[in-house]
Design a protein around this ligand. Structure first.
Ligand code: ATP
Ligand code: MG
Length: 412
């Protein structure tokens, strides 16, 4: 018989535009995450990262969860879930307070984080994350662990992420309709960066680019902290659509052709290669040169990389990315994506696979599961597991987290 979800078992649920993936992880006493279950099902109820059909999303979540439960032998009760979409907004902010008792205590951190979020947020948006970048005590900056330090004035620089209330509520509705509780809602690229980026890259300066089906999610890190996040509404679905239109083939066939023959750089293919393309209606299939296909794909990926470059330029971080760009997400798997990105960005580019987990890690060994695995890592850092002592972290504070959970609970 299936066991109830134990307190050291966490579940990541990635509700993507192309697939819904559930992964169950056991957190060992040494902090290691062992993957013990995994389930995935095609997603049909989302557009550009946002739930547009509750019933079909619920069905896909249920299937993915069922599969993961069967594999692990546990019954899932609560999940950490991702959020993306063009409704996400982010900005940097800061706050300042007087330190109450000479040394910085937890209460001072709580107050300074409160002070950092006093700016006006549109009524239809709610705070998803308040991520500390650095603390400044009496003009001394660059402090990551302020607790216990002496001073008079405490400042915090933070990165705030907000999202549409209704988009978050629809995600929660789908999860709850499956009989599951939402532990937390996490910005998808924040989750992906947990599983794909190294601490060194975050320190040196790096941009994570998660190219999925519906959205491309980016996150910039520098000096060990998150500096900028953005969501671009161009990703794999557009590439499929371009192929369907240009080759006059049904969308399903266009996606299959993409998975089999796609390449983002014409120089990498053999020029006399031919591919078979199904036609629309009763017309017979045709043979086309693979080059024709690549000539459709290259401009779309180039456009996407240029949009990211524009975003990086306007954020002011383009010149500080010493560790370059890390591509992840299913659409980063297209042949030649890394090479084309290097041409556009003039920076080192690598492909990001989720790392740092054991157990059934082969099952999640694809850039498409960067978010799913990252959700587990985020869960490990933020859940108060018996083996994990509560601590003050640079990336978040428990009080903010609790408040967010409360907001979330109160919104139904
Ligand atoms: N080998 C491949 N070559 C090209 N594209 C691929 C390959 N494998 C997967 N894709 C594309 O990746 C996309 C799915 O990626 P992913 O699973 O990361 O998306 P998602 O998380 O469901 O969507 P999103 O994050 O945008 O909501 C699809 O468009 C799919 O066609
Ligand atoms: Mg995704």
């Amino acid at each position: 018989m299936a066991r109830k979800q134990a307190s050291n078992v966490v579940v990541g649920l990635d509700i993507g535009t192309s697939k819904i993936a559930a992964v169950i992880g056991k957190i060992k006493s040494d902090g290691e995450i062992e993957i013990i279950g995994m389930g995935t099902h095609p997603s049909r109820g989302l557009k550009k990262g946002v739930v547009v059909n509750i019933d079909s999303t619920v069905e896909s979540i249920q299937r993915a969860i069922d599969e993961a439960e069967r594999m692990s032998g546990y019954t899932v009760e609560s999940v950490y879930v991702g959020i993306a979409g063009s409704h996400i907004q982010s900005f940097n902010s800061n706050g300042m307070v007087a330190i109450r008792n000479k040394d910085v205590q937890y209460d001072d951190i709580e107050r300074v984080m409160d002070a950092a979020q006093t700016m006006a947020i549109p009524g239809d948006q709610r705070v998803l994350h308040i991520l500390a970048q650095e603390y400044i005590i009496d003009n001394q900056g660059g402090i990551r662990e302020p607790i216990g330090m002496s001073g008079v004035r405490l400042e915090a620089r933070v990165h705030m992420v907000t999202g549409s209330v209704s988009a978050a509520q629809n995600i929660a509705k789908c999860v709850e309709r499956c009989g599951l509780a939402v532990e937390d809602i996490i910005l998808e690229q924040l989750a992906s960066s947990e599983s794909v980026l190294s601490e060194d890259e975050k320190e040196l300066g790096v941009c994570l680019v998660d190219i999925g089906g519906g959205t491309t999610d980016i996150a910039v890190f520098h000096s060990g902290a998150i500096r900028h996040t953005a969501v671009i509404s161009v990703a794999g679905d557009q590439v499929t659509n371009d192929i369907a239109v240009a080759l006059r083939t049904p969308t399903q066939a266009a996606n299959e052709i993409k998975l089999k023959y796609a390449c983002a750089l014409p120089q990498l293919i053999n020029h006399d290669e031919e591919i078979e393309v199904p036609s629309v209606g009763d017309r017979p299939a045709r043979c086309l040169s693979r080059r024709t296909l690549v000539e459709v794909i290259e401009p779309r990926y180039e456009e996407l990389f240029q949009l990211i470059q524009k975003e990086l330029r306007s954020s002011g971080f383009e010149d500080v990315l010493a560790a370059g760009i890390v591509l992840t997400g299913g659409s980063s798997l297209v042949e030649g994506a890394v090479e084309l990105a290097e041409e556009v960005f003039h920076m080192p580019v690598r492909l990001g696979y989720p790392e740092g987990v054991t157990g059934l890690s082969e099952a999640v060994n694809s850039p498409a599961y960067a978010t799913t695995v990252g959700l587990l890592m985020y869960a490990k850092e933020h859940s108060n597991l018996p083996s994990e002592p509560a601590r003050s972290r640079l990336s978040d504070t428990a009080s903010v987290f609790e408040r967010m959970k409360n907001w979330f609970k109160n919104s139904f």
